[in-house]
Design a protein around this ligand. Sequence first.
Ligand code: FES
Length: 79
Amino acid sequence: MPKPIIAQKSPCALEVEAGQIYFWCACGKSKRQPYCDGSHTASGFNPLRVAEAKTKTVYLCACKQTSTPPYCDGSHTKL
Ligand code: FES
């Protein structure tokens, strides 16, 4: 399994809207972090679908090392 690229060493705090579907970048190559821009083609990674029942602020992982994707688990502090 290839390793993801570390896009940045801090999470992205974003407000996501209830019922909206987002695609979190798992490979780290996207130029639209933390969302997928299609750059993962042939990388062995696929984006992760994100959908929340309520509008709220979420902290999406941008270092791509989290054990709870797409959410930050603090792994960036160990890089
Ligand atoms: S660009 Fe990274 S998963 Fe799509």
